[in-house]
Design a protein around this ligand. Sequence first.
Ligand code: NAP
Length: 261
Amino acid sequence: MTRLLEGKFAIITGGSKGIGKGIAEAFLKHGATVVIASRKEQDLQKTVEELSSFGQISYVVADVSKTEDIQRMVSATIERHGRIDVLCSNVGIYPMSLIEDMTEEEWDYINTINVKGMFLSIKECIPHMKKQGGGSIVITSSITGPITGFAGWSHYGATKAAQLGFMRSAAIELAPYGIRVNAVLPGNIVSEGLLSLGEEYLDIMKRSIPLGTLGDPQDVGNAAAFLASDLAKFITGQTIVVDGGQILPESTEAMELPTKE
Ligand code: NAP
């Protein structure tokens, strides 16, 4: 396998579980040195133990909604490695709430984690990337919001579309400094968060995916590795959908092969 990220240093927020952990594993296999960040130290320790056979990985305990935590995450990475080549802004939450029942607090909370958390993480990395003469930022958005909709997840969809609005202007603003900003848009990927939605949900989703399976976190990790790598050096402000074809069918019937007369 070509190692796309040899010699690069990456921070992955939400790296202790699910898609973030899959990105961490893919990045390590592609030769990157990785720092993962999330809130629960026990989970971070477990993931570092599990993945350390693939390469150099360490952790920082940080809540992406808190400026001081993000500053600590970035300064710890600089102290350990001297540079930040890649930031994967991956943290995201997806609680279900119908609009009629949704409280202002619920709306604010999801925006704080998914949108403000992304903004704070990116903001703190920029000075270091500028000083180095470049860098790459990969945001984990979703198909939900930017492309598709789902009853019960309107607030979530709004945050995931907001991330792309931010990305497009950020890509222009940061291009003069050699900093690229792109996004991965996962479909249904087997993560701790997705599994918590229950068996019935997983079965329905599986049936709506032309390739016939749910995604693996490393499927997203490999797309992120490409966007973060020098192979994508002329790509900025763009998205890669990683969904097994889920956004393609017009209806469930569209996936049934027509019978020949
Ligand atoms: P997950 O399994 O629930 O994992 C979430 C990760 O984020 C954990 O490491 C969690 O650790 C961390 N985290 C949550 N809140 C945090 C906070 N405030 N500060 C720092 N870390 C925090 O989620 P996932 O399914 O992998 O989703 C990851 C991303 O992919 C999200 O942006 C989500 O919107 C997107 N996505 C997922 C799917 C899917 O099918 N799974 C589909 C489309 C998009 P702690 O709780 O210890 O902090």
